[in-house]
Design a protein around this ligand. Structure first.
Ligand SMILES: Cc1ncc(COP(=O)(O)O)c(C=O)c1O
Length: 354
């Protein structure tokens, strides 16, 4: 009896292999939550392996990138796994717990002073990387924001979804940072002939899908959105876009924990909120949402405010057809697989200088 309840025993060669797969958990009204310990491990492992296989780097070389947290951890683990050196230029969102782990894993970590301006922050980190590369020309810059190599690892996640839901239309909901996770999974499943609606989730203020003229009075949601252009985002893959405030993301993250036991971060809370809404609009599809990380990093900034959380059924989005009408706390728009060029058109139309 016990044996039937237990997963088959697997002895992993490295921790990164053990934690890369998400757990699929049924939550609420038949939503599937893909709950990752820390999502970018698949992506970093596969990217480093590909660089080694193609001879772009050799064992012992140094890989460098900028990260606000999750990618730093994944890259440090991948470097540890494949015998590479790792240098991280982090923002101050790389907290003490992570910084100490990275250092013990053998990575070198430097933090550029944080400013209140996210764009300045991101630009400062890129400038610092360019300086380091000038001084160390053999270092390889991973460029998670721009290099399509980061799509490769997620084919395994798409295969997992294909096994969980072998037939019928799907809807995939997830936060968009670099766009590699949501984009790769949708692309791979579509290439297999699956009918997949891709629903991206953004914070207000993000320029990725043209919301830089909006502002969340509270704070942004770590890891998703951007104030500089990420060339890894493939705009033409997305069917619907949601913009969610910190307060609503926090409220949904609290509900996700309370109703299902899943303790996940703010981007997961926002994705859950949007998945519940999308399902109420079209229950003929199977809705899968991504919970990219655990809730630990968000205890002080979000979960401790649980008494202020709004009930799920009190939150409704504003359905908009123009970026002009974007409004906090929650807006949704049919994106209809527009390209970035058409985004530039939309920005011009609503008077935002690109
Ligand atoms: C917490 C969190 N959720 C979601 C994402 C989005 O992932 P991607 O970069 O694949 O779009 C990130 C990216 O860093 C993240 O940190």
């Amino acid at each position: 009896m016990t044996e039937m309840l237990r997963r088959p025993a697997v002895l992993y060669d490295h921790l990164a292999e053990a934690i890369k797969d998400p757990d699929a958990v049924r939550v609420g009204d038949d939503l599937i939550c893909l709950r990752f310990e820390t999502m970018k491990v698949y992506s970093a492992l596969e990217a480093v392996r590909h660089l080694l296989d193609t001879g772009a780097v050799r064992a012992g070389d140094t890989l460098i990138d900028s990260s606000s947290g999750m990618y730093a951890h994944a890259l440090a683990l991948a470097c540890h796994r494949y015998g590479m050196k790792c240098h991280i230029v982090g923002s101050t969102t790389v907290d003490r717990t992570l910084k100490i782990q990275l250092e013990i894993l053998g990575a070198t970590v430097e933090q550029v002073p944080s400013s209140n301006n996210l764009q300045l922050d991101q630009n400062l980190r890129v400038r610092r990387i360019r300086e380091i590369l000038r001084a160390n020309p053999t270092y390889h810059w991973m460029q998670q924001y721009h290099d399509a190599i980061h799509y490769l690892g997620y084919t395994a996640v798409a295969e997992l979804i294909g096994e969980l839901v072998p037939t019928g239309p799907l809807s995939l909901v997830g936060g968009v940072g670099t766009g590699a996770s949501t984009g790769a999974v949708a692309e791979f499943l579509r290439a297999q002939g699956r009918d997949v609606d891709l629903v991206g989730v953004q914070p207000f203020g993000s320029m990725t899908f043209g919301a830089e003229h909006t502002r969340d009075p509270d704070m942004i949601i770590a890891g998703i959105g951007s104030s500089i252009e990420f060339r890894n985002v493939r705009h033409e893959l997305y069917d619907r876009l949601h913009w969610v405030s910190f307060e609503y993301a926090m409220s949904a993250a609290v509900d996700l924990l309370r109703s299902s036991g899943v303790f996940a971060g703010l981007s997961a809370g926002a994705a859950y909120l949007c998945a519940v809404w999308e399902r109420s609009c079209d229950s003929s599809r199977r809705h899968v949402f991504i919970a990219a990380d655990t809730g630990n990093r968000y205890v002080d900034s979000a979960f401790s405010r649980y008494a202020e959380a709004y009930p799920m059924d009190s939150m409704r989005p504003r359905e908009i057809s123009s970026l002009d009408d974007l409004a906090v706390p929650w807006s949704v728009m049919s994106w209809d697989r527009r390209t970035r060029g058409r985004l530039a058109g939309a920005e011009a139309a609503c008077g935002v200088v690109s």
